[in-house]
Ligand binder design. Structure first.
Ligand code: GTP
Length: 356
């Protein structure tokens, strides 16, 4: 193990998993955004597996929205081989306020991740950059075609941050490098964050540190990065994983075009399934159903006679009636879709209701 791998193994991580997930509603009325299923496993499980891959095993979950759902599922983390602590906010404290609320756990350099980011960023390499620059804060930067919906970060030739612009208009765009929602921080910067107050990194702490002349650096990386916080991006993440465009430390051995079934799945011999597809336990797929991947079907789903599914993610307990045709859809838990309905293009259903 190199010195930097040893150093990254000592890092603690804070995962910001407290946002309301308004962009993913109605799916997130009942489920915290970080618990939405990706390849039939809660998103947060993928993030924890990613951190564990970098030997980061002391993880603090900063929560505000439905914290009990996450605590009941993960407990102390021992089943995942990590140690979990919880910092729970009575009211959302914002990204920096949530980390301030976890300050009691943070006594050395730590990594912060937005709870809706999927990435293969190399944490050990980012730490080496952070140490090499003597930074107080290092912000991971990813390049996007259209930065107007993001926080743009301008750096000098040495990587030192010069300016932040949140959601620039097209005429304000000076760079396509955006804040990727992954940070390395020295604990001392938290003295600038007010306690028990809603306060953000992007609009609060980071610009303040620039004003104070503190060393804030941007670490550009070119690997996989996706914010799964919208229906389109959530669907895309599931597809990218199935198509091996992205890799999860949690799910190994998925090969392109494979149909991967959990236990007790019943598929009628006349049904046609073209991978890649993941089918959860106790699903039933009736005669002449046609499934064309990438598709994820949650446990306890029923696909009726001659139904067609193409590029779709179905959560648990979904019932698709005979002859229904669905394309580019996300279908919420226990949704029933009746005979001969058709839906396409990123439709998200309401629990227990039909596709609009
Ligand atoms: P919407 O999907 O637009 O509602 O976004 P969000 O509320 O989830 O916020 P955003 O995506 O900007 O937040 C970035 C990350 O920080 C996400 O993972 C959020 O879950 C998390 N986050 C945002 N606000 C808070 C907060 O007040 N407390 C905690 N603990 N996490 C937060």
């Amino acid at each position: 193990m190199s010195w930097i791998e040893r150093a990254s193994a000592l890092l603690k991580a804070v995962i910001l998993a407290g946002g309301e997930g308004t962009r993913l509603r109605p799916l997130t009325y009942w489920t915290p955004k970080s618990m939405v299923p990706v390849l039939n496993r809660p998103f947060l499980e993928h993030t924890i597996a990613y951190l564990k891959n970098y030997k980061v095993k002391s993880i603090i979950l900063a929560l505000s929205h439905h914290p009990e759902v996450i605590q009941n599922y993960f407990g102390d983390g021992s089943n995942w081989g990590v140690q979990l602590n919880y910092a729970i906010e009575d009211n959302p404290l914002g990204t920096a306020g949530a980390v301030k609320n976890a300050e009691r756990y943070l006594d050395s350099t730590f990594v912060v991740l937005n709870g809706d980011i999927f990435t293969d960023l190399n944490i050990a390499d980012m730490l080496s950059f952070h140490r090499g620059k003597g930074a107080k804060v290092t912000i991971a930067l990813t390049w996007v075609d259209d930065p107007c919906a993001f926080g743009v970060v301008e750096t000098d030739s040495d990587g030192r941050v010069k300016r932040f612009t949140e959601k620039p208009s097209p005429t304000q765009v000076t760079t396509n490098w955006i804040n990727a929602g992954i940070y390395l921080l020295e604990p001392e910067v938290l003295k600038h964050v007010p306690a028990n107050t809603h306060y953000m990194f992007e609009r609060g702490l980071f610009p303040l540190l620039l004003e104070l002349g503190e060393p804030v650096y941007g670490y550009p990386f070119s690997g996989y990065w996706l914010d799964m916080g919208t229906p389109e991006q959530y669907l895309r993440l599931n597809c990218d994983l199935l198509l091996s465009k992205a890799k999860s430390a949690l799910v190994s051995g998925l090969t392109k075009d494979e149909v991967c079934c959990d236990e007790d799945v019943i598929i009628h011999p006349s049904a046609e399934i073209v991978g890649p597809a993941v089918i959860g336990s106790k699903c039933r797929i009736d005669q002449k159903a046609h499934i064309k991947g990438p598709v994820v079907i949650g446990p306890d789903c029923h696909i009726g006679d001659s139904a067609v599914l193409e590029v779709a993610v179905l959560w648990e307990g979904v019932k698709i009636g005979a002859g229904v045709s669905l394309k580019q859809c996300i279908i919420g838990t226990n949704t029933k879709i009746e005979a001969d309905d058709q839906a396409s293009n990123g439709v998200v259903t309401f629990t227990h209701k039909r596709v609009a």
